[in-house]
Design a binder for this molecule. Structure first.
Ligand code: FAD
Length: 406
């Protein structure tokens, strides 16, 4: 029997185990994770769950019995501390060893830290795991003012959730604008305005120099320009770093993420990698990237299952992502690579619009849809199929989106 071991019982690892059984894999499967809980979804941790609108049970990918019924052996609360590619064996922090024929690395990513003085004060938190989220939720219950360090999606979602819990929020961003790496300028401006109208304060172009505390309690965030921003709680949300140390130890090629092909194979035969830990190909853009999103992790899980079961490789998907802040649902498809022209469809002030990014041949490269599910859904097809559109019709929101093809 071909024994499969999966390291990392997160969204990618849990999904891969379930899909393998669904596609008829009969060999032994062992799913190993260092968190002491069943595989769960992280997206609600900054959104519905943080606001108290989803309970812990709703986060689990599958219920307990699912794994037993499908003969998926779970080893939770166990860190894979060492691995031997030649001997095909893993050593666990529990003292056990697990033998494998095929290995799937789904080790995810960790929150990047901010190595400034005071970063270890009790009121300076990060958010990656359910345990982190518990700490944040407990702290928010008694916090007067939260400083969010980093104006990316995660930070802004926590800012929105904290406002709905009645906590004052200041967002501190090093770049000149929020979402600089991940959104177009008009979309950044929309979100900044939306948050400001709900009394969130923004400090852009601001570099954190230190966290100040008194008697072990956070009092403020010192900026490089000499100012101190008052806060009794801080969330450091400045991005994630792929967990690729185990892959390196196994001899897999890595470049800020485990390098995989479009079948989720690493450079070492018999070792696959999926999810946030990877640097993956994006065939639609002839590029590679670390894509930290649930849809990407799920696509890679399907790729590896196809490869292992001998099924044809699934057609490449257009990368997509979502974010929920207040009553705004943002959905993004594609990447703004090779963009020559940008069109706004709908009215920004109405809170329902979409921004289309086209290349020089008027093919859709990316769509940022705000409360605009039809534009997003159609955008997925446009991006994946590299369709050309008519910019004039696109910019006229009275013309149905499906009639905007060139
Ligand atoms: P993870 O889910 O991080 O799982 C990896 C697991 O491996 C972890 O449990 C880790 O502890 C474990 N592990 C690592 N090393 C070892 C080891 N040596 N031994 C044992 N176990 C190990 N994505 C979206 O698409 N939309 C969103 O709205 C969104 N919101 C998010 C909100 C938050 C708060 C966070 C944290 C993430 C969000 N994401 C979102 C990103 C999404 O959750 C990730 O893309 C997804 O979880 C990736 O799955 P993964 O299995 O690769 O990694």
């Amino acid at each position: 029997d071909n024994r499969i071991a999966i390291v990392g019982a997160g969204h990618a690892g849990g999904t891969a185990a379930a899909l393998l059984r669904q596609h008829g894999w009969t060999g032994p499967i062992t799913l190993i994770g260092d968190e002491p809980v069943l595989p769960y979804q992280r997206p609600p941790l900054s959104k519905a769950w943080l606001k108290g609108k989803a309970d812990a049970g709703a986060l689990a990918l599958k219920h307990d019995a699912f794994y037993a019924e499908r003969a998926i052996a779970l080893k939770l609360g166990a860190t894979v501390a060492g691995a031997d590619a030649a001997a095909r064996s893993l050593s666990l922090s529990t003292g056990e060893t697990v033998a494998f024929d095929t290995l799937i690395l789904a080790t995810g990513a960790r929150a990047r830290g901010l190595g400034v003085p005071g970063h270890d004060l009790p009121g300076v938190l990060a958010l990656r795991s359910a345990a982190d989220a518990e700490r944040l939720k407990t702290a928010l219950a008694t916090s007067g003012r939260l400083a969010v360090i980093g104006g990316g999606y995660l930070g802004l979602e926590v800012a929105a959730s904290a406002r709905s819990l009645g906590v004052d929020v200041v967002v501190i961003e090093r770049a000149p604008r929020i979402l600089a790496r991940v959104a177009s300028e008009p979309l950044s401006a929309f979100f900044q305005d939306y948050h400001q109208r709900r009394d969130v304060v923004f400090e852009c172009d601001a570099e954190v120099a230190a966290f100040h505390g008194e008697d072990g309690v956070l009092r403020g965030v010192a900026l490089a320009d000499g100012r101190t921003i008052a806060a009794d709680l801080a969330l450091v949300s400045i991005g994630a770093a792929p967990n690729d140390a185990l892959a390196r130890a196994l001899g897999c090629a890595c470049d800020d993420g485990i390098i995989v092909d479009s079948r989720a194979r690493t450079s070492v035969p018999g070792i696959y990698a999926i999810g946030d830990a990877t640097r993956r190909p994006l065939p639609l853009y002839e590029a590679t990237a670390c894509v930290e999103s649930v849809p990407s992790a799920l696509e890679q899980a399907r790729q590896l299952v196809a490869d292992l079961t001998g099924a044809p490789a699934p057609a490449p998907e257009a990368p997509w992502f979502w974010s929920d802040q207040y009553d705004v649902k943002l959905q993004i498809v594609g990447l703004p690579i090779g963009v020559a022209q940008t069109y706004l469809r709908g009215d920004r002030d109405s809170g329902r619009f979409a921004i289309f990014h086209l290349d020089a041949e008027e093919r859709v490269q990316a769509v940022e849809a705000v409360n605009a599910p039809a534009e997003f859904m159609f955008g997925r097809m446009l991006v994946a199929d590299r369709r050309r559109v008519s910019p004039d019709r696109l910019a006229d929101a009275t013309i149905p989106i499906k009639q905007c093809l060139a």
